[in-house]
Design a protein around this ligand. Structure first.
Ligand SMILES: Nc1ncnc2c1ncn2[C@@H]1O[C@H](COP(=O)(O)OP(=O)(O)OP(=O)(O)O)[C@@H](O)[C@H]1O
Length: 319
C-alpha cells in the first residue's frame, strides 16, 4: 500500500488566526503534532481525543497515573500502533499510517519502557546499529546496498574508510555522553551490563541515530536516586548540545520532570487533565488529586476504576 504523506504546511503568516487555520489543515510546519488522537481497545478508551505538539528544541514531559494512556500515545506517535481517529503530523507531513520503521527513518527516535538491547552485542556494536539506522535516513527510502558495503570493507575503499571513521566518531561521542558508565564497557556484551546500564545503552542507540525528535518512555524507571540524577543531567546536557532536538519524556519521577521540562502535560483516563509549566501543571489541584487520591484513597491501586500511581520514590510526590 502506498505510504500516506501529505504536503508540508502552508507558509506561516504573521496573522495568528490564519496560522491556526493552516495548522488545522496540514499540521505545523515544524514539530511532531498529534491532533485529537484516540485509540480505543474494544471499549477501553486508552487515549481519548488528545492533542500534543512537540516543537523542535522543546522538552515536553508527559505524566499521569498508571493506565493514563502515556505509552499508548508514544506507540501511536511512532507508528507501532494505529490511531482509532485523529491525525499525526511530522514537520508538516501526515505520518499516521506510515510504518514504524519509516517514521524512525524520518527522524523520530524512541526508547522503550523496558530495555530492548541485543544481549549478545557489545556496547559498541549496539550503538553502531543506531548510527547505521541514521545512515539509512540519508538514503531516503532506499536501503543501503549490502554488496557495496562488503566490497568497500574488503577493498578498504577510501570513501568506505572515511564513512567508517565518521561512524566510529559518532559512537564514541554518544557513549561518552554517559560519562564512565558505558565508555569503559564498550567491549562488553550487553547481557553483562547492570540494569541501569542497559537502559543507558538503549538511549545511546537511539541517540546515535541522531533523531530530530527523541521520545523517552520512562527512562528513569528502576533507577536509584543517584542514577536518576545522572539521567536528569544527561537530558540537560543533550538540550545544551543539541538545541534543535525535540524531547518528549514520559516519566513518573517528578524530580526529573521538574528539572528538564519546558512544559508538562498531564494525562488521566486517556484525556488531557492539565498542561503548562512544570509548576503550573504539577501543582494544579486536579492533578494533585489525581495522583494523591490513589495513594490515600479508599481503593488501593489496582482496584477497578482506580488509577494507580506508582510512587517510585519520595521524589514522585507533587508539590
Ligand atoms: N494492546 C492493548 N489492549 C488492550 N488494552 C490496552 C492495550 N494497550 C493499552 N491498553 C490499555 O490502555 C490503557 C492505557 O495504557 P497505557 O499503557 O498507555 O498507560 P500508561 O499511562 O502508559 O501507564 P503506565 O504508567 O503504567 O505505563 C490501560 O487501561 C491499558 O490497560
Amino acid at each position: 500500500m502506498a505510504e500516506q504523506i501529505m504536503e508540508p504546511a502552508a507558509q506561516a503568516t504573521s496573522q495568528a488566526a490564519l496560522q491556526a487555520t493552516s495548522q488545522a489543515a496540514a499540521g505545523p510546519a515544524r514539530g511532531l503534532f498529534l491532533e485529537n488522537v484516540a485509540r480505543h481497545f474494544s471499549g477501553v478508551k486508552a487515549v481519548d481525543g488528545v492533542t500534543v505538539r512537540l516543537a523542535p528544541g522543546e522538552t515536553l514531559a508527559l505524566v499521569g497515573p498508571n493506565g493514563a494512556g502515556k505509552s499508548t500515545l508514544l506507540q501511536l506517535a511512532t507508528g507501532v500502533d494505529r490511531i482509532t481517529s485523529g491525525r499525526i503530523w511530522l514537520d508538516g507531513r501526515r505520518i499516521d499510517g506510515l510504518s514504524a520503521e519509516r517514521i524512525a527513518r524520518l527522524g523520530v527516535g524512541r526508547s522503550f519502557q523496558t530495555s530492548r538491547v541485543f544481549p549478545a552485542l557489545t556496547v559498541w556494536q549496539s550503538t553502531l546499529l543506531g548510527v547505521q539506522a541514521r545512515l539509512l535516513r540519508g538514503t531516503g527510502s532506499r536501503m543501503a546496498n549490502p554488496l557495496h558495503e562488503i566490497a568497500g570493507a574488503l577493498l578498504g575503499l577510501k570513501g568506505w574508510r572515511q564513512r567508517e571513521a565518521e561512524q566510529e566518531a559518532i559512537v564514541r561521542d554518544t557513549l561518552q555522553l554517559f560519562g564512565d558508565r558505558l565508555w569503559p564497557r564498550r567491549d562488553q556484551p550487553a547481557y553483562t551490563l547492570s540494569y541501569a546500564n542497559r537502559r543507558r545503552l538503549e538511549i545511546a542507540r537511539v541517540l546515535a541515530a541522531r533523531p530530530d525528535y527523541l521520545l523517552l518512555d520512562e527512562p528513569a524507571a528502576g533507577m536509584n536516586p543517584t542514577e536518576t540524577a545522572e539521567l536528569t543531567d544527561l537530558v540537560l546536557e543533550l538540550r545544551r548540545l543539541r538545541p534543535a532536538l525535540g524531547i518528549l519524556v514520559v516519566e513518573h519521577k517528578l524530580s526529573l520532570v521538574r528539572r528538564v521540562a519546558d512544559r508538562v502535560m498531564v494525562l488521566n483516563h486517556g484525556r488531557m487533565l492539565a498542561e503548562g509549566t512544570p509548576e503550573a501543571a504539577l501543582d494544579h489541584p486536579e492533578v494533585v488529586e489525581a495522583y494523591l487520591g490513589r495513594s490515600r484513597g479508599s481503593g488501593a491501586p489496582g482496584t477497578p476504576g482506580a488509577t494507580s500511581f506508582r510512587p517510585a520514590s519520595s521524589d514522585a510526590h507533587l508539590g
